[in-house]
Design a protein around this ligand. Structure first.
Ligand SMILES: C[S@@+](CC[C@H](N)C(=O)[O-])C[C@H]1O[C@@H](n2cnc3c(N)ncnc32)[C@H](O)[C@@H]1O
Length: 345
């Protein structure tokens, strides 16, 4: 297991092994920290409820892990939760025999986690740090997990390379993030996502919520696949969670930030659930001569990912008429992109 000392974030791009990624305002870690410190009292009850359960589940719809089956065996494994909040996922994994470390950017969230540890007599290391610059040695963990933590609050061009650095060969990264559709259709105000595309799919990256100043991140299908592969990850699966039938189309609450509150009027918009594995070191064979075939000259399958349709969903229209810039989601089979098939190369 790696070092677990408290650690304040370094300036972006200065940490070991980091890809600085595209230019970013360096402020999102500090501003999100202030927000989460302020919001933390609202998350105590939810954290206490989750700690009391022993049936792990995922996301705002509490889809049971026994159905999702995203996780590898964790007994005896070194696990880090990146953006653990009140650390209920860490607790669930610790009860299953993992040597777990919870990391979070908010000292107030960690204070709640510490209280809940005392209440349940279940103590594991909690580290106050930025998941984009985690204070652990290379290859310290077998599993990195994030449920709406680093997965949405950290810049993927920083935290994905960092997760790769932290994992041992053969380790796995399992994370839950919002669906891309949500990122495109969620208004800035604290309201459910609507049935209109409010943002351009292309260039999707940093999301600034003007109502409260929160900064989230989301990447489109192509960029995130490229990012995984650039960092040595092999995509094992991409599970899209669906709201259980009967989930009310509720109002009042931003899907990303009000667990349990609202189902978007977009319908049962799935939450994207990506599971990627950090493989044993291997070579990637690319054979330009093999065009037209999905086999390289070595006989190994290459990734064949046809992402039809996205290019038809650009926001267009007349600048002076915002309504003309909106595209009916009903016309946009944008839910489909993550259903691509990923093969080992
Ligand atoms: C929605 S909570 C996710 C935790 C837990 N699954 C939950 O739902 O309570 C988001 C957490 O991400 C943390 N976070 C935000 N930015 C972070 C960063 N740069 N590094 C680590 N954690 C971060 C926040 O402090 C917050 O506790």
């Amino acid at each position: 297991m790696g070092d677990c000392e408290a650690h304040l974030p370094s300036p972006p791009g200065s940490g070991p092994g980091l890809d600085p990624g595209p230019p970013q305002a360096p402020d999102h870690v500090a501003s999100n920290r202030a927000l989460w410190d302020a919001w933390s009292p609202k998350w105590v009850a939810m954290g206490r409820h989750a700690w009391a359960s022993d049936d792990p589940d995922w996301g705002i719809w509490s889809v049971p892990e026994r159905d999702v089956r995203a996780l590898p065996p964790v007994d005896g494994r070194d696990v880090v939760e990146l953006g653990c909040g009140t650390a209920y996922w860490s607790a669930w994994l610790a009860r299953r025999g993992a040597r777990v470390v919870g990391l979070d950017n908010s000292s107030k969230q960690l204070a709640t986690a510490r209280t809940l540890q005392q209440e349940h007599t279940l103590v594991f290391p909690l580290v106050h740090a930025d998941a984009e610059h985690a204070p652990f040695r290379d290859q310290s963990f077998d599993l990195a997990i994030s449920e709406y933590g680093a997965a949405i609050w950290c810049d993927p061009y920083r935290w994905i390379p960092e997760a790769a650095r932290l994992l041992r060969p053969g380790g796995e990264l399992v994370f839950l993030r919002n669906s891309i559709l949500f990122s495109l259709c969620a208004p800035d105000a604290e309201e459910p996502a609507g049935d209109r595309l409010l943002r351009d799919y292309f260039g999707l990256h940093r999301l600034e919520w003007t109502d409260d100043g929160a900064v989230n991140f989301s990447l489109g299908v192509g960029p995130i696949i490229r990012l995984f592969r650039e960092n040595g990850f092999e995509i094992l699966d991409c599970i899209e969670l669906q709201a259980p039938s009967g989930t009310p189309v509720a109002v009042g609450g931003n899907l990303a930030r009000a667990p349990g509150a609202a189902l978007s009027s977009v319908g049962e918009a799935p939450m994207s659930y990506a599971i990627v594995k950090f493989p044993e070191p291997r070579e990637v064979f690319i054979d330009d001569q093999a065009q037209g075939s999905n086999l390289s000259a070595t006989g190994r399958p290459r990734i064949l990912f046809v992402n039809a349709g996205i290019h038809t969903f650009r926001l267009g229209g007349n600048d002076s008429d915002p309504a003309s810039q909106q595209v009916d989601v009903a016309e946009c089979p944008i839910l489909d992109p993550f259903v691509g098939e990923f093969k080992k190369c």
